[in-house]
Design a protein around this ligand. Sequence first.
Ligand code: GLU
Ligand code: ZN
Length: 468
Amino acid sequence: MSVAPVTRFAPSPSGELHLGNVRTALFNWLLARRDAGCFVLRIEDTDAARSRPEHVAQLLEDLRWLGLDWDHGPGAGGPAAPYEQSRRGSLYADALGRLEVAGQVFACYCTPLEIELGRKAQVAAGRPPRYAGTCRELTDGQRAAHQAAGRRPSLRFRVPAGRELAFDDLVHGPQRFRSDDIGDFVVRRADGSASFFFSNALDDGLMGVTHVLRGEDHLSNTPRQLLLLEALGLPAPRYGHLALLVGEGGAPLSKRDGALSVRELRAQGYLPAAILNLLFRLGHSSPLQGLLDPAALARGFDTGHLGRAPAKLDPVQLAGWQREAVQALAADEAAAWLAPAMPAGLDPSQRAEFTAAVRANVLLPRDAALWCDVVFGEPPPPDAAAQAILREAGAAFFAAAAAASEHHARDWPALVAAVKAATGRKGPALFKPLRCALTGLDHGPELAPLLRLMPDGKARERLSRYAH
Ligand code: GLU
Ligand code: ZN
């Protein structure tokens, strides 16, 4: 019987959440939700200079907005609280103390320059550029001399010699590393803070994490973290290293791609369902078609379908999912979504009718501005296509249409019937010129609801413009 998985998302809150991070969060969330497991949110905010409280608050809000809820983490509590690494210093000190007692770490007094020279010496000797082991076997006297000289030591993990470190990556398959290629690495910096390798691995162990899906850039950290977990007597999670998400030019996405931050997308009116459905299929192949709700995404998630090739973020695909997500909104949700684009002073039924009329023609609320102008303000001047159609229909046609609109201004079928009777035109030769005069465009949403919403006299005034 398999145990319910515990997964986690462990962001470093140094900027806005972008789509690459969101995909990592999503995949871990899906894995937990699929198997009735537990999803942990851990804030890796040990870099005091770069982590800001407002970034953390924003991150939590973005995840909530996306619907990626966490069982344990900030605001939710949990058995391994606190979930902010900046508040876990004493746990790190305790664990480091245990490693010290066990002789698995040693104080390193090397300066950055000495370390660099040591690395160069290794390379010159044909070995990997690892820490040279300078301070591994210092005598008490040597240590005292360094201390007396005012040097503050970092703490390094004593990597055992001659070990083979193997693990089965969920994405990349069997991996093998030789411990002899891994230099003794820093677990506590000279300023007393725990290193990323250390706090990240220890916390996964303490939080009972069973599966870690994270960026490929962490693959080479894994053997070190496995050694640490072993030394700490903690179970190791299974790791899966996700292929990079790349931008249009094939370059890695970065937080600098402001347009791709969740904040930005949300502000523009992109919907969570669009973002989640897009990311579900980036680096994860799925036979499932169409817009899926989060529960269906979870049922369809399969770590066996995670790809190794970089996945490309395509704005056209994002637009496609957004289109589906907009269509899937309930009527009241759609009206709320479009509200920022609608003129103030519409009553709820007008809002509902306007929303129903234009939602198939808008991807983002700002696209509705055009249809607001058409209905409540001034339509755009006719473009070339519309002008040709208006000219072809001619002044007499519009004189008849303007006259018909006197009685049927709000009733599109009746207006069309009256113009048809008066002019003998039918089909596109009848509809198109009417549409062009009323909206300035030869395409767009259904006219019946737009006409019902237009203020008195507007339709007639527009039709009359082309009557002479
Ligand atoms: N804080 C790390 C990052 O954002 C976490 C890496 C991991 O998931 O283990 O890259
Ligand atoms: Zn040293």
